[in-house]
Write a protein that binds this ligand. Structure first.
Ligand SMILES: Nc1ncnc2c1ncn2[C@@H]1O[C@H](COP(=O)(O)OP(=O)(O)OP(=O)(O)O)[C@@H](O)[C@H]1O
Length: 308
């Protein structure tokens, strides 16, 4: 199936000469949830802004549903909903009016039934007559999403949907995103929270210094780059590793009281059996064992050299 968004060799140099994007290639599949991870200033907002037609690219091309975002701006913009980080609307306006107005802004005919469905889906129906200033932080965020959905876009961009919100609200937002996906919307979100990507994304893209370092299916990424660790608590401490164990990637920890085997991929995992056999042959007994898998956070730090 043709990608719903196709980005080729996309570059952006701002007026002051700063190169915010340096030749990004990315295909976004219809119906997926893609999380873009990257530290501050990596270029995430610039990328989203170009796809949404808010910033002009300096080079390359973006197609949305086969249309060029610069040449066919109206068509591509109609397909996209953008959820910014903050509400900039009049706080004295009601939820109903705010969301209905957004639909009108995109040149769509009024459709009260549609607005009602959106507000109900986002659990905002009983607040429809409230002014925005009367809403909680979580409700305001949901209004942002309702506004972005008012013109029935196929693609939704969420710029840091849960920045600065508490854990409960974050979980609530994740559920909203999941429901949207079930409704067939393609969702692209930027985030600083690795656990957010780990929790809800189908694919993860990592951006740093204007370059897309990788984009990969989340599970495959974890399998490919994720390291695992097997830890054996020894019955008797060892003074040094016996030479026969040298071929294994083993380390002796805590005054010889534990052995740590670090491995990656299925081949190295397959050697655990022979490792245990070698230990038994050496008369090395263990009293407990545990495993640990590196998280997406560990993988990110390894790639980018800093935390998100
Ligand atoms: N209008 C502009 N003029 C000059 N430089 C800009 C402009 N907008 C953004 N930049 C710079 O481009 C770089 C990328 O910014 P961008 O907002 O895309 O990053 P980001 O990954 O979204 O960061 P954050 O996570 O902090 O939102 C930053 O160094 C920023 O200072």
């Amino acid at each position: 199936m043709a990608p719903i968004v196709s980005i080729r060799n996309l570059a952006k140099t701002y007026g002051n000469g700063f190169q915010a994007l340096k030749g990004v290639d990315l295909d976004i599949k219809k119906g997926e949830i893609l999380a873009l991870l990257g530290p501050n200033g990596a270029g995430k907002t610039t990328l989203i802004s170009i796809v949404c037609g808010l910033v002009n690219p300096s080079g390359g091309q973006v197609l949305v549903g086969g249309h060029d975002v610069v040449r066919d701006f109206r068509q591509t913009r109609a397909m996209i909903g953008l959820v910014p980080q903050e509400l900039t609307t009049d706080m004295f306006e009601t939820v109903w009016n705010t969301v209905s107005f957004s639909r009108g802004l995109h040149g769509k005919k009024a459709d009260p039934g549609r607005i009602e469905t959106i507000l109900k889906d986002l659990s905002l129906w009983d607040k429809k007559d409230n002014m925005l200033r009367e809403l909680s932080g979580g409700m305001k965020r949901r209004v942002l999403i309702a506004k972005a959905l008012a013109h029935e876009p196929e693609i939704l961009f969420l710029d840091e949907p849960t920045a600065g919100v508490d854990v409960n609200l974050r979980r609530e937002m994740w559920q909203v995103v999941e429901r949207l996906r079930k409704g067939g919307v393609t969702v692209i979100l930027t985030t600083h929270y690795i656990e957010e990507a780990e929790e809800i994304a189908d694919r993860v893209g990592v951006i740093n210094h204007g370059e897309l370092l990788l984009v990969e299916d989340k599970t495959a990424l974890m399998r490919k780059l994720g390291r695992k660790e097997l830890r054996l608590e020894l019955a008797e401490p060892l003074g040094a590793l016996p030479p026969v164990l040298a071929p294994y990637n083993l380390a002796l920890a805590e005054d010889g009281g534990a052995l740590i085997y670090e491995y990656q991929g299925e081949a190295e995992q397959g050697r655990i059996g022979t490792l245990l056999g070698s230990l038994a042959a050496q008369g090395i007994e263990f009293r407990d064992l545990s495993t640990r898998q590196s998280s997406l956070e560990d993988i990110f730090v390894e790639l980018v050299g800093q935390r998100a």
